[in-house]
Design a protein around this ligand. Sequence first.
Ligand code: NAD
Ligand code: ISE
Length: 347
Amino acid sequence: MSLNVGIIGTGMIGQDHIRRLTQVLSGVAVTAVADISKERAEAVAPEGAAVFDDPKALIVSNTVDAVVICSWGPAHEEQLLACIDAGKPVFCEKPMVTSEESALRVIEAETVFGRRLVQVGFMRRFDADYRRLKAVIDTGTLGAPLMYKSVHRNASVPEGLYTSDMPLNDTLVHDADISRWLLSDEVIGVEVRLPRRSTVGKDLRDPTIVLLHCESGAIVIVEISVNIAYGYDIRGEVSCETGVAALPNRPATVVSDQFGIRQAIPEDWRERFIEAYDQEFREWIVAAGQGTATGPSAWDGYASTLVADAALRAVESGGHEAITMIEKPALYADEISLSQAMRKEIA
Ligand code: NAD
Ligand code: ISE
């Protein structure tokens, strides 16, 4: 039986997810869409899908079994809470929410409901190269992870939409989540360094370097550029006690001509992570069909929000900003990874 999905937010990523749910993946149908711009929703609605003005009407509609939220970050909390209230599985694009208080309200609602319903759109966890990188770290053959370098470069950002806070409260959440997942660690402190400012980004504070201090003592160095012009370039390298494991360069045709030898770089996240988004939804469709969620949880959304909040504070203070988390509810108890077990043995 097909999973009937309603999509809230039909902008860039909403349209890309409509394409993958209607043209790429099976076992799923898009039966409803909603956007504050009804014209946009109508223009991109798949044939036969109902178009709603009000996202809450979409959420409770009996033509919708599960919801995909692709609206702007500040709208996510209200829509997530409405989905939990309706008992419907919900895939929510990152950032899950935009403040610690919001994240705690989502966790509280889901915990009271008693079953995971929320999956957060941290698609890197579904990328084959990141999964292989994690597998290498988890086997423990390189020893404990000590440092991770996460490079996150965007060619450009949409005019008008980006503010100087967005590298920290919108972009950094991906690096925070993938670091926690790869290293099986929790971030307990954040520092921010602002290098010489690029003139390409106009009013943006760009680039940014963020240091994430992890519970184990490992340090993550994140480099964020949101206007680097040459392409979308994502890199990752984990330095362990006896070796280093890195993401490979994406295979691309090597062109040799009068200008030299070169390979194309993805234009944006849609191209770089196309298979990861497909896999993320393949796994979500199965879980949502069973009335639940898989992969990045509301807890992970909370943890990445705390990192973003601390990074914003660190810009102001110029120093180290500590992170304190609530006790993890049993609903989010993870399987302990091999690297965690190994680090405990070393300690
Ligand atoms: P966008 O501006 O292109 O589209 C957002 C859409 O949501 C717009 O059509 C807007 O009208 C609609 N919207 C806003 N508030 C709404 C509300 N309250 N109710 C209904 N509709 C509403 O933005 P985008 O680039 O598609 O990003 C959307 C979300 O997806 C953001 O949270 C963004 O961070 C996230 N995103 C994730 C990735 C990823 O790699 N996982 C990539 C891009 C964007
Ligand atoms: C965008 O919103 C995303 O989520 C992309 O994955 C990220 O790389 C980009 O920096 C964000 O603007």
